[in-house]
Ligand binder design. Structure first.
Ligand code: NOJ
Length: 546
């Protein structure tokens, strides 16, 4: 008899390798669909849109955190890892969502946030109450301060959101937080922390979850020996020598996670959010660890033929080395949407641009979208899995002019109001052409939407063959038919600035990154990101040929 654990709900198909070439759609639950009219998206809202996701043609959804949270960081401050925030629903709603997704043969990935809890997690409350030296404090990183009376932080480490990475508590000790002060870092050398997270993985796996996205996977192991060494995170060292990030000890944690994930049939998938250079990123993706790691290179790359080709080559080589499949990401909830990035002059500092409410330098919206469509179609032809961020299938631009008093991102406050942060890509998405929140829900949403959002709605784009939604639908349907194997062969593009490759059985993708038209290689057009006719491939356009 098998000793493997069987979950409450399973997808219709059983391929254990589904994740290797899946199209994964990222849902930011608070901004997807509001079913109960409180202005905040919820799980029942996601369930109501599962048929939409089914017809879009995605293989899986990744839910950003929906756990109880005081929302100091959009839900990445978790107060209870095994429950649903009451504003977003209940565990029964979660089970219903998983059941509905599985019925459409869509897998469900949940986001695990192991580097830090919320300061409202019962462990942190207990740590504050119990005082210095207690086992309760030993789950976190509490230290005495420096300076004669301990009034200075233990080290000069800075938080990712600005300011010191240490905060002092009333009894005089300091605790470490790589992010906001409301996100105290856990101490992963503590066996209780390890055991508890393994139980959380089982909790969600038992409920039918098919995989996990692991937040800040590269941050769990820290060198806390004294004297504290300065962190050189910005330089991303290649050798694991940073005291805070990407240290070798972290891999033992994920090896034990893999043993838990393998208790299930099929084994649960996992993808690491590990901001490490490619040669070290592959370590997280080994089959004995999480299995996949995000490759964020395209998030940081310009729309440029050489840049894309180099990144693709490098990542395919890395995944061959690790045994993982590659991952491709153009947008997510942490970066300016790719339609907008590509419509700004190359090298634009998007933080500074957002501070001008998106006016300076001016955004070329059409060009940005044209390029975004071309980049997406290229990426969808690559071997490996592709991550699609909610709303990119509508061609949404960043909402750059959110009034300052409505901003939610902790970066805004922590940087002394000099960086607006990530709210512009987290604005609730438009479903209908009109209505108080363009179909997001019955009332005004928790973040204001741009006035022209109705024109970009699912309703407006559904009937339009030339819309971005129609492009995604056509591309995902064709990909589902065509995608197999994990190799590509570069082919002659026929002109500078053209990136062309062949997959198998004659399936080819050709992207003209340049502004001028080039001759279209021979073949039947399967799908194209813009109009192709008369043997011509226009500028900033991708075509799939057979
Ligand atoms: C990465 C998440 O994607 C981001 O949204 C969050 O702020 C940090 N991790 C901290 O959890």
């Amino acid at each position: 008899m098998s000793t493997l654990r069987t979950p409450a709900s399973t997808p219709r198909t059983t391929d254990p390798d589904w994740w290797r070439d899946a199209v994964v759609y990222q849902v930011y639950p608070r901004s997807f669909a509001d079913s109960d009219g409180d202005g905040l998206g919820d799980l029942a809202g996601v369930t109501s849109r599962v048929p939409y996701l089914g017809s879009l043609g995605v293989d899986a959804i990744w839910l950003s955190p929906f756990f109880p949270s005081p929302l100091a960081d959009g839900g990445y401050d978790v107060a209870d890892y095994r429950d649903v925030d009451e504003r977003l629903g209940t565990l029964t709603d979660f089970d219903e969502l998983v059941r509905a997704a599985h019925e459409h043969d869509i897998r469900v990935i949940v986001d695990i946030v192991p580097n830090h809890t919320s300061d409202e997690h019962e462990w942190f409350r207990a740590a504050l109450a119990a005082g210095p030296g207690s086992p309760e404090r030993a789950r976190y990183v509490f230290r005495d301060g420096s300076g004669p009376d301990g009034a200075e932080p233990p080290s000069d480490w800075v938080s990712n959101f600005g300011g010191s990475a240490w905060t002092r508590v009333p009894d005089g000790q300091w605790y470490l937080h790589l992010f906001a002060p409301e996100q105290p870092d856990l101490d992963w050398t503590n066996p209780e922390v390890r055991r508890d997270f393994e139980e959380t993985l089982r909790f969600w796996s038992d409920r039918g979850v098919d995989g996990f996205r692991v937040d800040v996977a590269h941050g769990l192991a820290k060198d806390l020996s004294t004297p504290y060494r300065p962190s050189n995170e910005q330089a991303l060292p290649l050798d694991g020598s940073d005291p805070l990030y990407d240290r070798d000890e972290v891999h033992d944690i994920f090896a034990s996670w893999r043993r838990v994930l393998d208790e299930y049939d099929p084994p649960r998938a996992a993808v690491a959010e590990a901001w490490a250079p490619a040669p070290r990123r592959v370590l997280y993706a080994r089959p004995t660890e999480l299995g996949q790691a995000f490759n964020f290179d395209l998030l940081e790359a310009p729309f440029d033929a050489a840049a894309f080709r180099t990144i693709i080559e490098r990542n395919l080589a890395s995944s061959e080395q690790s045994g993982a499949s590659s991952t491709w990401v153009l947008s997510n909830h942490d970066v300016v949407r790719h339609a907008t990035r590509y419509g700004l002059p190359e090298g634009t500092d998007t933080d500074a641009w957002l501070m001008t409410d998106g006016t300076t330098p001016p955004l070329d919206r059409e060009r940005g979208l044209r390029r975004a469509r071309a980049a997406t179609l290229l990426v969808l032809a690559l071997p490996g899995s592709s991550y699609v961020y909610q709303g990119e299938e509508l061609g949404l631009h960043e909402a750059a002019a959110i009034p300052r008093d409505l901003l939610q991102d902790p970066k805004w406050v922590r940087t002394g109001h000099t960086v607006k942060g990530r709210d512009g890509c987290r604005v609730p998405i438009p479903w209908t052409e009109t209505g108080p929140s363009f179909g997001f829900g019955p009332v005004a949403p928790h973040l204001p939407q741009p006035a022209d959002f109705g024109a970009w709605s699912v309703e407006a784009e559904s009937g339009d063959e030339t819309s971005t939604l129609s492009l995604y639908r056509a591309a995902l349907a064709a990909r589902r038919r065509l995608q197999r194997g994990e190799s590509l062969v570069w082919t002659e593009g026929g002109a500078d600035g053209v990136v062309a490759f062949a997959r198998h059985d004659g399936w080819r993708s050709v992207t003209n990154f340049g502004p001028e038209p080039v001759p279209l290689p021979p073949g039947a057009v399967i799908v194209s990101s813009g109009p192709v006719a008369d043997g011509v491939l226009p500028g900033e356009t991708t075509v799939w040929l057979a």
